[in-house]
Design a binder for this molecule. Structure first.
Ligand code: GCU
Length: 423
């Protein structure tokens, strides 16, 4: 009880600390200018998809790498896949389950992360798959005892009975409300998940644990100013999971949709931007550093996020603390990197911290890139009403009632959207 009280008290303190400098008033949004999507950093206009792909897209990707999420180091690691569990007809017969170890190794050492893959037992396949990361462990997405527990660091959470940074059987299924596994499978989709702490524990230790050290050059002890932080390496790992999915005959690897919530929504966007093999991209309540426009400075800002989570982005990004005007990019450009693939951005009404309006606008302002492919784009700058999803073949969006979370309602929209534009 006492632990729970302290936990709630600490959460309240952090909210009030942030709220001192936070704007939620639309009338106080500064005048800002978004960089032109179809004009290069050298002032050249981009008029067709081929110039977009050969000139503008690469330079946008590069600016996000160098100035925000970080560059992927050149030092190589080998990635091997090992099927460690393969069970048919689990979850009352509706699912086939696989666990695959991704084993990263090179002369610096070895590191392992586990991919959990559920496939619908009733479908011959190959099937499209949703792929995403989770916050506490693969075993938290469903109570099934068939899912292995992880040995990695986990954030203490008395509500989930996680203490001493270790999980045990008691946290099985504690996050099942965010992962309606049977529902997803019943629609003919598979679901792949990785625990993000298996890749890089989510706290600032100057990148001594997790996967980063494998990428250090001789004598290097942490990433350089421009190299990746945690979001960068989480996103990279999703691509490695996709490498595995490409080898699995039961998976339609041209139809893998990358999904993520909140910090892991920032991650799914960054994964989708870099890896064009992802057929669709979902950002659920990703907020600042994800879908929300930074220059609006509504809710969480660049300074707040860099101070609270110094390990998420590269160090270069701190130059824009309280200095969003100087950003040569904004998050509509991240969304534009998804083109011509369908992207779904979702907000929640009570999740003002993530700036729902800014999340909508980044999708809206990404339209010129999709238009180069003659695609239908959102027709109005007005955000749709609560619980009225607006879907198009390019950018789709909804704002759901309720708080920062992933709900059955969100999944129902993602499946409707994927049925229409991906499956
Ligand atoms: C914090 C953080 C957000 C993040 C969220 C989450 O609220 O400020 O940027 O999206 O955590 O990941 O749940």
């Amino acid at each position: 009880m006492r632990k729970i009280a302290i936990y709630i008290w600490m959460s309240l303190i952090s909210v009030s600390l942030y709220s001192q400098e936070v704007n939620y008033d639309e009338n106080k949004v500064p005048d800002f200018q978004l960089p032109e999507l179809l004009t290069t950093f050298h002032g050249k206009s981009i008029n067709d998809a081929s110039a977009w792909e050969s000139v503008r897209r690469p330079e946008i990707l590069n600016v996000f790498r160098e100035q925000m999420y970080g560059t992927n180091p050149v030092h190589q690691v080998e990635v091997d896949f090992k099927l460690v569990k393969n069970k048919e007809k689990v979850l009352d017969g509706v699912a086939d389950l696989k666990e695959i170890d991704l084993i990263f190794s090179n002369d610096q050492g070895k590191h392992t992360a586990r991919l959990l893959l559920f496939l619908p037992a009733h479908v011959e396949g190959p099937v499209p798959v949703f792929l995403g990361m989770n916050f506490y462990g693969n075993h938290t997405i469903h109570p099934s005892a068939s899912i292995s527990l992880h040995q990695s660091w986990a954030r203490d959470n008395p509500l989930f009975l996680i203490s001493d940074q270790k999980v045990d059987d008691r946290s099985r299924g504690v996050r099942s409300s965010r992962w309606p596994v049977e529902y997803i499978l019943s629609h003919g989709y598979g679901l792949g998940v990785i625990y993000y702490g298996d890749i890089d524990p989510d706290y600032d230790d100057e990148f001594q644990n997790g996967l980063h050290p494998l990428f250090y050059k001789k004598g290097q002890t942490k990433p350089t100013e421009k190299e990746w932080g945690s979001i960068g390496i989480w996103a990279w790992s999703l691509s490695r999971a996709l490498d595995y999915l490409e080898t699995d005959a039961k998976v339609d690897h041209d139809k893998v949709i990358v999904f993520g919530h909140s910090r892991l929504g920032k991650t799914s966007l960054w994964a989708g931007a870099q890896d064009q093999r992802f057929a669709g991209i979902i950002s659920n309540n990703s907020g600042c550093g994800g879908a929300a426009l930074s220059k609006r400075k509504v809710g969480e800002t660049v300074k707040i996020i860099n101070n609270a989570f110094p390990h998420w982005f590269n160090d270069y990004f701190t130059r824009f603390n309280n200095n969003e005007e100087e950003l040569p990019f904004d998050q509509h450009m991240l969304i534009s990197l998804m083109a011509p693939r369908p992207v779904y951005i979702a907000s929640a009404k009570d999740d003002e911290w993530a700036d729902p309006r800014g999340e909508y606008l980044s999708g809206y302002y990404a339209a010129p890139a999709y238009k180069l492919y003659n695609m239908q784009t959102p027709s109005t700058i007005k955000s749709p009403a609560i619980n009225q999803p607006r879907m198009t073949e390019s950018v789709s969006y909804h704002i759901r009632s309720g708080r920062h979370d992933v709900t059955r309602y969100d999944w129902a929209q993602y499946i409707r959207w994927a049925d229409k534009y991906i499956k």
